[in-house]
Design a protein around this ligand. Structure first.
Ligand SMILES: [Zn+2]
Length: 57
């Protein structure tokens, strides 16, 4: 019943841009790269790794 991403899943993720660690920004409901600070949206519990500024899927 959980829609939120599990911490486990986040830990195995890496930034597609720089391969840095991904952190979960819970306040914004986004993932954030610790290295290059790229942000990724979470759509229904699934991270959306789209480089660039795509806002609409
Ligand atoms: Zn990065």
């Amino acid at each position: 019943m959980k829609r939120e991403m599990s911490q486990k899943m986040i830990r195995i993720l890496m930034c597609p841009a720089c391969r840095g660690d991904i952190k979960h920004d819970k306040a914004r409901g986004e993932l954030c790269c610790a290295k290059c600070r790229e942000r990724y949206r979470i759509n229904n519990g699934v991270p959306v790794f789209v480089q660039g500024k795509a806002k609409v899927i």
